[in-house]
Every structure is written in structure tokens, then in C-alpha cells.
Write a protein that binds this ligand. Sequence first.
Ligand SMILES: Cc1cc2nc3c(=O)[nH]c(=O)nc-3n(C[C@H](O)[C@H](O)[C@H](O)COP(=O)(O)O)c2cc1C
Length: 342
Amino acid sequence: MGGFPCTYKKAYLKLDFDRKKGVFRIMLTTRVCDILGIRYPILLGGMAWITGWEMAAAVSKAGGLGTIAAATMEPEELVENITKIRGATSRPFAVNIPLRLPSSKRAVEIAIQEEVPVVVSSAGDPVKYSERFKSKGIKNFQVAFTLEMVKRCADAGVDGIIAMGMEGGGNISPSEISTLVLVREAVEVTDLPIVAAGGIADARGLVAALALGAEGIQMGTRFLATREGTLHDNYKEALLKAKDTDTTVTGRTTGLQFRVLKNRLAQKVLQMEKEGKDREEIDSFTIGSLKKAAFSGDAEWGSLMMGQVVGFIKDIRSVEDLLEEIMLEAEREINRLKQYVR
Ligand SMILES: Cc1cc2nc3c(=O)[nH]c(=O)nc-3n(C[C@H](O)[C@H](O)[C@H](O)COP(=O)(O)O)c2cc1C
């Protein structure tokens, strides 16, 4: 379907047939949609213990890119998740592999053997695998926390880069660069498509990312507050209650930073850090705590990872409604901004 340029760099509007309503509609689309074969430039951030095939399938079916988080999966479990998502949808999906984990080598082999459509690699150097992914036609997007890392990803030959700022939930950069700064500087050093992550939960976030030069968004926290979110209701309730100031960053003294809800566990970890406890001692105290939050719903002693954007997430909705609203509103937002050009 033909497109025509709009004011946003590398984003354009495309005529699309809305099967549900039986009408044609003009739709915002970018290179990220073309490369990944998706309708909407919206990626589900891989989230360990949480984004298995069910959640990933919900997002892929709704037109975004669903992501299976391999981090905590045994090899057989990962294969099973890939098989199940293929049974649930023919749309593209991704497998997220944090490269610093010892389990990553096996996960990479499985992704290659299964010829998954997309690998989102994170937390490590992409150089080692990009050629092998390419030879199997697997698209590889890599998460980067700093400009230096953006450059390394570009040199390694990835297909796209996810620039994630320190506002985001989960593991964040020790250098704590914000999404606003990182995306803006990333688009200066590469022509590869940039996906903005960290602090984005709605249409205004998407339009802001496009204005910075990104061509898509990856969301984690917003997707946690969805009906399809496979996490305990207590975690979802905590998301709805949390204000923008309710997250904190643990691990600044150990070099492994996480943005989490400031609950009793986080306060205890911060106290241990103040007392100069080392990484081993802290790790042994926190081990399994994300699972504890996601599965058992322990909102005080579990690790409830979430980003600052949680402050304005006020409802639990279906993934489909969420994506439809973001896309519709994004077009309205772009039109709204035109009022400033006189
Ligand atoms: C609970 C949770 C778990 C996460 N686990 C992973 C992970 O396993 N691998 C990864 O690359 N990123 C992980 N992330 C980061 C997300 O994929 C995503 O980039 C981030 O949430 C975006 O920021 P936002 O929370 O502001 O939307 C996690 C984030 C959260 C909130």
C-alpha cells in the first residue's frame, strides 16, 4: 500500500484496511514496521518470568511485536514457548536474550535452530552473533543504554537498536542516561532504525519518540497493566497505586542496577548497600525476588520491577484496546501539534 511523507523523520502514513470495521484507514507506519513485518511500531519489552508465549501472542495478534523473554527459561521451556506462539499466531514475534547471562548461548542456538523471526538481544555485546542471525534471516534488534553501545551495535551489523533510558523498569544503565537524551543522540550516529524504550506508555510517548527521530517504541511497564499480563494481581494492583516517585534504583553500589517499586525489599537492599554489603551478599538476599512478585504476588518482599511511567498508568486494559488507542491517538496528537506551526 502506498505511503506519503509526514513531518516525522522516516515515519510515514499508509493506507491500511481495517478488517474488523471493513474500512480503509490512514495509518502511521515506519521502517520498524517494514523490517519486522508488524502493523504498529510498538514492541513488547521482554520481561523475565513474565512475558511468555501467551503475552507475546497477545501483542503480536494486536499488531505489535510480542516478545518471549528467554532469560529465566530452561532450553525445553523456550522451545515449548516458541512452538506455542507459532500455534497461536502466524504474526512475527521476538525472543529476548540478555547476552550477559550464562544461559544466553543455549538460547541463541535455539533461536537460530528454530529460525525465530526476531531476536532482541540485550545486556551484552552483539558482535558475536549478528552474522549468524543474518544467515538464517533472523532480524536482530539490540538494546543499548549509552551512545557508545549504540555505535557498537551499529558496527556489529544489527538491524535496529532499542535505545533504553534510565526511566525504564528492570535492569537500567549504570550511566543512567535518560530516553530523551539517548534517543536524540542515537539518531545522529546511525541510520539504523531506533526504537525508544523507557518512560513510554501512551500515544504522546510514541509521538515524542518519533519527534526525537525514533521509529518505534518498546514498552514494558505499560504492558504489565494489561488483562493479558501474566503476573499476579497484587503486582498489577501495585502498578495502579504507584506514583511517579514510588520507584527507586537498587544496585548503584554493585553495578547491577534495577528500577523497582520502593517496597520493603527495595528499602532493605538500599540499606544493605549503605552498610557496604557486597554484591554476593545482596544477590543472595534478592535471588528469586522477581519470580516471588510475579508468581506469588508478594508485593512487599518481591521485586516489583517497574518504570517511572507507572505514575500515570491508571487502568488495566486489553492489549488490543491499548494498541488501538495508542495508534489512533498518535495520529490525533500529530494533528494537534500542527496548531503550533503558523
Ligand atoms: C518486570 C520487568 C522485567 C524485565 N526483564 C527484562 C528482560 O528479561 N530482558 C530485557 O532485555 N529487558 C527487561 N526489562 C526491560 C523491558 O524489556 C523494557 O525495555 C522496559 O521495561 C522499558 O521501559 P518501561 O518500563 O518504562 O516501559 C524488564 C522490565 C521489567 C519492568
